[in-house]
Design a protein around this ligand. Structure first.
Ligand SMILES: C[S@@+](CC[C@H](N)C(=O)[O-])C[C@H]1O[C@@H](n2cnc3c(N)ncnc32)[C@H](O)[C@@H]1O
Length: 384
């Protein structure tokens, strides 16, 4: 049986997600801004949850219809056979998002959908599920456009960006799926040298280590689909075990990290440890501007600070040319990538970007700037 699914992802990664879903076995992947719709059976849904590095969630599409008011949405919810999809003892949470919906209150829409689902359970099972907004067993999501309402059962539960083992937190870490997407965009592939010289809590390094060792990103967590009537524990266990067996342990360290703040290095090491990949990465505290390249060539990738330590615009404006000079002096032969939301960076670094890829980091509009450091070329004078 083929279901329809929708996986949201960070904007800018849709094309990569189409490729990833195809490789995982999804049919008819179709991208829209912010995600990809696709089709497949239940084992495919479990596999995407376990193995996708780019999807934020996997939503199972269960209903779609036109609406003009809240009662139409309630009717759409009430018509669906929820009692066949999950048991009444499960706790429930409804999430509603909308683009250009004429309805005034999304809270009221949420209540109406809850009423529709509860009415349906009362009619068919004689009781209704309770609501739990903190840790629900089942999440139902509604997406309203100006004229249509789509209902989904969330097969992921917690967002897939929660890989299940990142503990040490710092300010403004990258989301895991954005980090994985950035790595793919740089062209880095397992086996090549990778260096994040401003690694913070180590999100890019952690994702790279998991890719290098072929560790499924969801191996340490559970999923919403485990609560659904369609779940087959035996088959899921076999699927997980097979994915786990693919793990490759690297012999030589090809991943390098650095940060000016030793506490960030400690956070990175704790996170790598929790994921069981600490031996794959070498991390050292220090100012990047004093650091030599860890190998003759490789991929450098990072998101430099904006507004944290070097928070003054003038301080950053002064720092970018020094960063550019350091790349020219110490990183010839390297392919360097910076995720930045600061338009000053491209202007002040004194290098010509060979590519600028627009990406959304949450609500922040960013660019992934690529600088190919071929000695003596691609230089341009500083601009003020
Ligand atoms: C935006 S954060 C990186 C976040 C990281 N990608 C993550 O996911 O956690 C920028 C980092 O750059 C570090 N940093 C700032 N100036 C630096 C410098 N000159 N050399 C090395 N690291 C620096 C900061 O300590 C901070 O951890």
């Amino acid at each position: 049986m083929s279901n329809r699914y929708f996986s949201p992802c960070p904007r800018g990664l849709e094309t990569l997600l189409v490729e990833e879903l195809r490789a995982l076995g999804a049919s008819e992947p179709e991208q829209v801004p912010g995600g990809v719709a696709f089709a497949g059976d239940w084992p495919l849904c479990w596999k995407v949850n376990l193995e996708s590095r780019l999807a934020t969630r996997v939503l199972w599409r269960v209903a779609h219809g036109p609406y003009r008011n809240e009662d139409d949405v309630l009717a759409l919810a009430r018509q669906q056979p929820w009692e066949r999809w999950f048991a009444v003892d499960n706790t429930l949470r409804i999430h509603v998002t909308a683009i250009r919906s004429p309805l005034k209150s999304l809270n009221y829409v949420t209540l109406r959908i809850k009423d529709g689902i509860c009415d349906r359970f009362r009619e068919t099972r004689g009781k209704r599920p309770s609501i739990n907004t903190e840790r629900p067993d089942v999440r139902v999501r509604a997406f309203l456009t100006a004229e249509t309402c789509t209902l989904y059962v969330d097969t992921s539960g917690e967002a897939l960006t929660r890989r299940g083992f990142k503990h040490a937190k710092v300010e403004a870490p990258l989301k895991e799926n954005l980090a994985a997407g950035i790595l793919l965009l740089t062209g880095w592939r397992p086996g090549q040298v990778l260096f994040d010289p401003m690694c913070g809590s180590g999100t890019l390094l952690l994702e790279a280590a998991m890719m290098a060792q072929d560790i499924p990103p969801g191996i340490g967590r559970d999923f919403g689909f485990e609560r659904l009537a369609s779940f087959q524990p035996g088959q899921w266990k076999r699927q997980r075990a097979m994915a786990e067996q693919r793990r490759r342990r690297g012999t030589t360290v090809q991943l390098f990290g650095g940060d000016i703040d030793p506490r960030q290095i400690a956070a990175t090491q704790a996170n790598l440890q929790a994921a069981g990949v600490a031996e794959a990465v070498q991390c050292d505290a220090g100012d990047f501007l004093d650091r030599a390249a860890p190998a003759p060539e490789g991929v450098l990738v990072c998101n430099p600070p904006y507004g944290v330590r070097l928070d003054e615009a003038e301080a950053l404006a002064e720092w970018y040319p020094r960063l550019g000079d350091h790349l020219k002096q110490a990183f010839s032969g390297w392919n360097c990538h910076f995720l930045t939301a600061d338009p000053q960076m491209a202007k002040k670094i004194g290098l010509k970007a060979s590519r600028r890829t627009p990406l959304m980091n949450g609500d922040l509009e960013c660019r992934l700037l690529e600088y190919r450091m071929i000695s003596g070329s691609l230089r341009k004078p500083h601009q003020d």
